[in-house]
Design a protein around this ligand. Sequence first.
Ligand SMILES: C[S@@+](CC[C@H](N)C(=O)[O-])C[C@H]1O[C@@H](n2cnc3c(N)ncnc32)[C@H](O)[C@@H]1O
Length: 486
Amino acid sequence: MELMCPIDQHCSHQIAALLQPPSPLLVQEYFEQLISKRQLHGIKVKQNGEFGKGVFAETNFEEEQLILKDQMLVGIQHPSNKIDCLVCSYCFKFIGSIEQQIGRKLYLKTLGVGISPHNGKGCHDNSSDKDQDNHFVQNHHNSDDGASSSSNSTIPLPTMAVESLMNGELALPYSNKFPLPSVVSCPGGCEEAFYCSKSCAEADWESFHCLLCTGEKSEFHSRETLLKFIQHANETNDIFLLAAKAISFTILRYRKLKACHLREQEKTATSMLGTSDLSLLLEAWKPISIGHKRRWWDCIALPDDIDTSDEATFRRQIRELAFTSLQLLKEAIFDKECEPLFSLEIYGHIIGMFELNNLDLVVASSVEDYFLYVDDLPYPEKKEAEKITQPYLDALGDDYSICCQGTAFFPLQSCMNHSCCPNAKAFKRDEDRDGQATIIALRPICKGEEVTISYIDEDLSFEERQALLADYGFRCRCARCLDEEP
Ligand SMILES: C[S@@+](CC[C@H](N)C(=O)[O-])C[C@H]1O[C@@H](n2cnc3c(N)ncnc32)[C@H](O)[C@@H]1O
């Protein structure tokens, strides 16, 4: 029997309003405001008709020129990656010090701390040459391209050697060339979130974290259920953590809007007549309403190991998984005034939006940079430095170069349509050291042209490309596909 969520039934009118696609005018206004608030130049979001929204060049771009740095709306570091990289929970910059990064990773490894790998599928790859190098170093550990870690098999260090890194007693040679911002703790007192600055800590608290923090100052109803929700997401699919952030973000925006309206009302001695809770909720939801979405269990690609005859069962199981996750989240942070956000229909659409639009979140590792720097030193200095650094590199093994990995929704990048002959790509340059998405021109782009990226490997054959894009829920109608169509 199909699971029923009571909120879906008695909030059906509000849910329909929340899922109503925004009008082209509203979309245009939203993006004009966003682009001007962020002081971005040279691009515009337009409703081009053919594929819905698209991003268009408002100026000429040269090959390799930066088109856009897009600040995420919501993103997470994969839980399994938290052992490897200590990053700011808001902007995803590496924090602490090289010593702290290495010491913490070795310490957690000796404790055997591990979280099951993420199951979320990032829609697009936010790669960089550095990532390709990472693969190279990981797969060819004896090559000259990376710092010479001994291999995948690691050589453990005495506990004291790890502790001396963590407590600041030991400064590694040349680590001062790689300064990192000091670690700022979570204002709610949890030991899960860390920041690069007070302003990132405050922004995260106000936008998402005050409802999802497991510390003492958090606003959750039940810490136990919040922990259960997090554990369930860690064990099943970390996309639920992202959905929880989107819900928390909307609730917090709603409360701010409501407080603002009430203040206005007091000031002008007028009543809130005409400003219903639903219109405030719709306003709070606007940044999410803009994203292209479908229900998660309808749009998720059928895994290769599942037979098409089992497709209906698979989709039902995905729906049930989302239902279980939602019940835990609801028990932990339910807000009566924002009740429709806790319906399965909305939860499914939020997750579906991430499934269809998300980009991999990648931030290159400062620890890798450090070891590569030591490896590149001239002979006598290198030999001296390696007397100290080599045991740490050997203890880390190939893991020394792991970058920060996660998934995020970027409002502007997510409007970029796919082309099998794209003129731009998501590409992290050496200087891009935070969680923003960076879009670079692959060839000259003229004013007025649409900016397109490839969601897949465009070197594949026509059939292979169409098969991969079918997983993203559409049949490609780019110029190349129309030309190659048999
Ligand atoms: C990440 S969104 C891109 C923005 C989208 N056009 C919108 O209105 O929000 C991806 C969706 O855009 C459409 N799309 C993008 N590129 C396309 C292409 N080359 N051919 C057909 N549809 C495309 C498909 O509906 C796809 O699911």
